[in-house]
Design a protein around this ligand. Structure first.
Ligand code: ARG
Length: 599
C-alpha cells in the first residue's frame, strides 16, 4: 500500500499543479511539531521563491511573491477534500494538516490486511550485493566483526523487506599474509610434513591436521613470532606468495583451514540467527586477478612504484594525500585491495547489481576510497554504486576497544554466552519463567540475551563509538531489546486471553487521542523503512520500535481492552493491539530479534 505521506504528497502536488506550480512542491511529511498537526507541507515557501525567479504573470523577475497568499490558495483546494479534518496556515506560509479519523481508520484497516505491513517497495527490480561479516579465517571471530554482522544482517533484512533482491556475502579474509603465517608455523611445528615435501604433489589427506581450536592458538603464536623476528616474517611472506602462486601442498593445507574455519563460523553466525547467500572470500577471485592485472596494464592504468604495481587514484582536489592502490607488492604477493578490486569485477559480472554495500569498520574508509576510485577509473563497476557503510567501535568501560577481563579480544561466541547469562539473571530477578521447564527458560534466555546485544548495538547511530554495558543493555525498562520483547510478549498474551474468552477481534478504530497517535505511527512504518534504507540507519528502526512500545503502553494504561464491556469498542481495541503486535514483531524481526512465545 502507498504510504500516507506519499498519498498526501500526491494530493497536495495536484493542488500546486492546479495553481500552475510544480507538483513536487506538494511534498508532505510528518509534522516536526506533532502537537500542532499530524502533517506539514512547506511548499508554499519554495513556490514563492520559484515565482519570484520566474514570474508566471509576466511581471518583472525578482518581484516578491507572497508565500502566505500561495498557501491560502492551496489550502482552499485541500479543504475541499474530506480526507482532511484540518487545513491551517502557520507562520509565513506553512501548511498544517490533520486527517479525519474516518480516513485514518480506513487506512489502518488496509494496513491490517496488508501482508507486507506497508513496506515501501523501494527496491523493486533492484539488486544489492551486501558485503558484511568479513571474519578472517586464521583468527577466531572477534567482537569487531560483531558490529559488521549485526548491522549487516539488519540491512539485509530491511532491504529484502523493501523489495530488493539481496545477495549477501560473508567475504572471508582467507588470502593474505595471515595464511602464510599459519603455513610457516605449521611447518615449524612439524605436525604435517606431507604438505611441505617438495616431492609430493598430492593427493593429500582428507582429514585436517589442525582443528579450529588449534588455529586459535597457532595464529597468535605465528603472528607474535613474525613481529619479533624479521626472518620469520620474510618466510611467512614467501609462503603467502607461494600459496597464491598455487603451490599444491600449501593450497591443500589452506583448504583445510578454510573448511575448519567455516564450521566454526557457521556455528557462531547461526547462534546469532545470521545467514549469508555466499560464503566467498578474498581467495574466490584468484582466477580473475591475473586477467585483471593484464587488462589494467594494457589500458595504461597501472604504474610501477618502488617495484610494486599500483593504480594512482589521487585527484587534484584531494584535501588529504591519497596513496595509490597497490595491486602487486614488489615480492609478487597480491593484497587486500587487489582482491577487493577483482571482487567488484566478479560481482558486476555475476549479479549486475545496482548497489554494493560494504559494512566494514570505519577505520577502513581510506582503503575503500582507494578501491572505489580505482574501480571508477578502470570503469569496472558497471551500473553499481559502491558505498562503504562504516561503523564505530564497541568500547569497554575504559573507553578502549572491548576486551575480555584477561585483556584479550572477546570472542563472539563468548559474548553471546555472556548475554545469555545476564538474561538468565534478569529473568530470575523478575520472576519470569519460574514455573516453565528448564528448556523453555533456556530458550527464552537465549532470545533475550541476543536481543540485548543486538539492540544495544543497533540503537546507536552506527558511526558512533559506544560503551558496552551489559548491565544497562539487559534491563527490562528503558530503550533496550528485552523491554521491547517484553512489550510484544504482553500483547501476545493479552490476545491469547481474548481468544480464550471468545472475544471478536475487529478493525482498529480511533476513539481517543492515544489510539489516534498509535494509528498514525503504525501508518508511518513504510516511510520509516524507506528512510532507514536510504540512510543505512538501523537506529531509526530502534527508535521507532521504542516509540511504538511507549505509545502502546500509554494507550493501554488509559483504556480498557479485555475488560471493556462494549463489545464493538473491545473488538476495535483488540484489533489495534493485534496490529501493534504485528508491526512491533515486524520491526524486531528487521533488527534480527525474536520474540519469545511467553516470558
Ligand atoms: N576481513 C576484513 C577484516 O577483518 C573485512 C572484510 C570486509 N570486506 C571487504 N570486501 N573488504 O578487516
Amino acid at each position: 500500500m502507498t504510504s500516507l505521506a506519499t498519498e498526501l504528497s500526491r494530493i497536495a502536488g495536484a493542488a500546486f499543479a492546479a495553481e500552475g506550480l510544480p507538483e513536487s512542491l506538494g511534498r508532505v511529511a510528518a509534522s516536526d511539531r506533532p502537537d500542532l498537526a499530524q502533517f506539514q507541507c512547506n511548499g508554499a515557501l519554495a513556490a514563492a521563491k520559484f515565482l519570484s525567479g520566474r514570474p508566471a504573470d509576466g511581471s518583472p523577475a525578482g518581484a516578491k511573491a507572497n508565500p502566505r497568499a500561495i498557501a491560502e490558495k492551496i489550502a482552499a483546494r485541500l479543504k475541499a477534500d474530506s480526507l482532511f479534518s484540518k487545513v491551517e496556515i502557520a507562520g509565513p506560509g506553512f501548511l498544517n494538516l490533520d486527517l479525519s479519523d474516518a480516513a485514518l481508520d480506513a487506512r489502518a484497516a488496509t494496513l491490517a490486511g496488508d501482508k507486507t505491513l506497508g513496506a515501501p517497495g523501494t527496491g523493486k527490480g533492484k539488486t544489492l550485493v551486501l558485503d558484511f561479516g568479513g571474519p578472517n579465517i586464521a583468527k577466531p571471530m572477534a567482537v569487531h566483526h560483531l558490529r559488521s554482522t549485526i548491522i549487516g544482517d539488519c540491512l539485509q533484512r530491511l532491504y529484502r523487506a523493501n523489495g530488493w533482491k539481496v545477495i549477501s556475502d560473508v567475504h572471508l579474509g582467507d588470502w593474505g599474509l595471515q595464511m602464510g603465517q599459519l603455513i610457516t608455523e605449521i611447518e615449524l611445528m612439524g605436525i604435517a610434513p606431507v604438505y611441505f615435501d617438495p616431492n609430493i604433489v598430492g593427493p593429500y589427506p582428507d582429514e585436517s591436521p589442525v582443528s579450529m581450536e588449534d588455529l586459535e592458538t597457532i595464529y597468535p603464536r605465528a603472528s607474535a613470532a613474525c613481529k619479533a623476528d624479521p626472518a620469520r616474517l620474510e618466510a611467512a611472506r614467501r609462503a603467502t606468495v607461494d600459496l597464491q602462486a598455487g603451490r599444491a601442498g600449501y593450497r591443500a593445507l589452506w583448504r583445510h583451514f578454510v573448511k575448519v574455519a567455516e564450521v566454526g563460523l557457521t556455528r557462531e553466525f547461526g547462534a546469532l540467527g545470521v545467514t549469508f547467500d555466499l560464503w566467498n572470500g578474498e581467495s574466490s577471485v584468484d582466477a580473475l586477478i591475473g586477467p585483471m592485472l593484464e587488462d589494467l596494464k594494457a589500458r595504461g592504468l597501472t604504474e610501477i612504484s618502488e617495484g610494486a604495481v599500483v593504480v594512482p587514484v589521487a585527484r587534484d582536489d584531494d584535501k588529504k594525500p591519497m596513496p595509490p592502490l597497490i595491486l602487486v607488492k614488489s615480492e609478487g604477493g597480491v593484497l587486500y585491495g587487489t582482491t577487493d578490486l577483482a571482487t567488484v569485477i566478479e560481482r558486476v559480472r555475476d549479479y549486475d547489481p545496482d548497489l554494493i554495500l560494504y559494512v566494514v569498520d570505519h577505520r577502513q574508509h581510506g582503503h575503500f576510497e582507494q578501491v572505489f576510485r580505482a574501480a571508477e577509473k578502470a570503469n569496472l563497476r558497471g551500473r553499481a554504486h559502491l558505498e562503504h557503510v562504516g561503523y564505530g567501535t564497541m568500547n569497554g568501560p575504559d573507553g578502549k576497544p572491548f576486551k575480555t577481563r584477561a585483556g584479550g579480544a572477546m570472542k563472539l561466541y563468548d559474548l553471546i554466552e555472556m548475554g545469555k547469562a545476564e538474561a538468565q539473571k534478569r529473568l530470575a530477578e523478575q520472576g519470569i519463567g519460574a514455573d516453565y521447564s528448564a528448556q523453555e527458560r533456556e530458550e527464552i534466555a537465549r532470545k533475550v540475551g541476543i536481543a540485548t546485544i543486538k539492540f544495544a548495538d543497533l540503537s546507536n547511530h552506527r558511526t558512533t563509538d559506544y560503551i558496552f554495558d551489559l548491565e544497562r543493555f539487559s534491563k527490562f525498562e528503558g530503550k533496550t531489546g528485552p523491554y521491547l520483547q517484553y512489550a510484544a510478549v504482553r500483547i501476545q498474551s493479552m490476545l491469547r486471553k481474548a481468544k480464550e474468552q471468545g472475544h471478536q477481534i475487529g478493525a482498529p478504530a480511533i476513539h481517543s487521542p492515544e489510539e489516534r497517535r498509535l494509528i498514525l505511527q503504525l501508518l508511518s512504518l513504510g516511510d520509516l523503512m524507506a528512510g532507514a534504507e536510504e540512510k543505512r540507519a538501523p537506529n531509526m528502526l530502534c527508535e521507532y520500535a521504542f516509540e511504538l512500545a511507549q505509545n502502546f503502553s500509554r494507550f493501554y494504561s488509559e483504556h480498557h481492552v479485555l475488560s471493556e464491556s462494549d463489545p464493538a469498542l473491545r473488538a476495535a481495541r483488540l484489533g489495534l493491539c493485534a496490529l501493534v503486535l504485528a508491526v512491533l514483531t515486524r520491526v524486531l524481526d528487521l533488527l534480527g530479534i525474536e520474540v519469545p512465545e511467553r516470558m
